[in-house]
Design a protein around this ligand. Structure first.
Ligand SMILES: [Ca+2]
Length: 443
């Protein structure tokens, strides 16, 4: 192959030199001569390549051997790991075995102790049995002795008969005592039954007595009522139906219209007297924030602070024409008044409406007129026109509230001057009054 390449090269060189296809023999000889070192070089190169190939082959063989060794080492290592793992497992198993052996030894120890205990117990029982046998023998011995003695005693049957006779006599005596006791008890029981009957009779009598007493009490109450009525009738006859007319200032028994005579505070000093005081506040001793029922019945003390009661007020003002006098006492010691000549209050069905005031006169402004035609309200009964609320609940104290007030004689008593809507006031800046009283006079 290489030789062919050289020949071709020589032909090419000859062609180039002569510009034709004919090649001279000397030129070819020269060409071979000059190509000889190249051929040698190439031959050497070829040898080297062969040697290199051989080396490469050897290297690959070595490499394969090394790989095999590596595989072997890996296999050995894996085997080694497996063995190591097995050793560990064996160690653990060994530990477990030790624990089991230790527990076994412990149990063996316990068993030994239990065995010892059982042996002790057995020995004890054995001793007890032996002792029992000994005792049994002793008892048997004693029994034998007793039997012998009994046998001997049979000869003493005579004295035994005597004893039996005595016992029989005692039993007979006891039976007799028992019979006597029984008879006594029967007698006592009969007496008890008789007493029980007597007791029953007594109870019935007591019951009758109790009923009689009840009846008598009822009669007494009836008499009392009659006496009270009679006294009231007598009072009515004696007390003129003219209220406080002719009375000096103070508490008096008065009669008005069809009302039973009652104790009232009369005022004989203001404008010729004859006034019945229907409301009074001057020291704060009585709470005026009361229920509807209390305002209906009246509350407080006639001699001190009080409200006469709406029911009575309705009856009085409906008996005929009445004047109203409202007195305002200020903290500076001065007084004002507001008077109306035709004061009347409606019935409870009408919620004690302020039905009439009449003509006004006075030193105070005509503020009471604001409350005309308003129903009475208390914190537990809202009769005011304020839709959203209850003035009596908001302010305190019963009154003929509207939206809510320009006069409030049933307000809270303050011991010094304040400007509060819940005070006793006559509207203007809600200045609290030192005293307030309402009086009525029959015309
Ligand atoms: Ca209301």
């Amino acid at each position: 192959m290489i030789l062919q390449v050289i020949i071709q090269l020589c032909f090419l060189l000859g062609f180039q030199k002569n510009w034709g296809f004919s090649v001279a023999e000397d030129n070819l000889s020269k060409c071979f001569k000059s190509g000889k070192p190249i051929l040698e070089y190439i031959s050497n190169l070829k040898d080297e390549i062969r040697a290199t190939k051989q080396k490469r082959l050897e290297f690959e063989q070595d490499n394969n051997k090394l790989r095999e060794r590596l595989l072997k080492i890996s296999y050995l290592k894996a085997q080694d790991d497996a063995k190591s793992d097995q050793i560990n497992r064996l160690r653990t198993a060994n530990e477990d075995l030790r624990t089991v052996l230790w527990q076994f030894a412990e149990q063996q120890n316990n068993i030994g102790r239990i065995e010892g205990y059982i042996i002790d117990m057995l020995n004890k029982q054995k001793n007890e049995i032996e002792e029992g046998k000994h005792n049994e023998a002793k008892v048997q011995e004693e029994l034998k002795k007793e039997i012998e003695e009994l046998r001997k005693g049979e000869t003493k049957s005579k004295s035994q008969t005597e004893i039996e006779m005595n016992l029989k006599s005692i039993i007979e005596s006891l039976n007799r005592s028992l019979a006597t006791e029984k008879a006594n008890r029967i007698e006592a029981f009969k007496k008890l039954a008789s007493k029980s009957k007597e007791l029953g009779n007594c109870k019935a009598k007591v019951k009758n007595c109790s009923n009689e007493i009840k009846e008598l009490n009822s009669q007494v109450n009836s008499y009392k009522k009659n006496i009270t009525t009679t006294r009231l009738d007598l009072c009515k006859e004696r007390i003129p139906n003219t209220g406080c007319k002719g009375h000096a200032s103070g508490i008096h028994m008065i009669a008005v219209n069809k009302l039973d005579p009652f104790s009232a505070f009369c005022n004989g000093d203001i404008e010729g007297g004859g006034w019945i005081v229907i409301q009074k506040q001057f020291d704060g001793s009585v709470d005026f924030n009361r229920t509807w029922t209390e305002y209906r019945q009246g509350f407080g003390n006639v001699g001190g602070e009080f409200f006469i009661g709406l029911e009575k007020l309705h009856s009085i003002t409906n008996s005929g024409s009445s004047e109203l006098y409202m007195q305002l006492g200020f903290f500076n010691g001065s007084f004002n008044f507001a008077a109306y000549d035709n004061f009347s209050i409606g019935s409870e069905d009408e919620k004690y409406e302020l039905k009439s005031l009449g003509r006004f006169r006075g030193t105070a402004p005509n503020n009471m007129n604001y409350h005309l035609n308003q129903k009475f309200s208390t914190f537990d009964q809202d009769n005011d026109p304020w839709v959203e609320g209850n003035c009596a609940f908001a302010v305190g104290g019963g009154w003929w509230y509207k939206y809510c007030l320009r006069v409030h004689f049933n307000g809270r008593y303050y011991k010094s001057k304040v400007n509060k809507i819940n005070s006793i006031n006559w509207g203007a800046d809600f200045e609290s009054l030192k005293s307030a009283q309402m009086l009525i006079r029959l015309k």
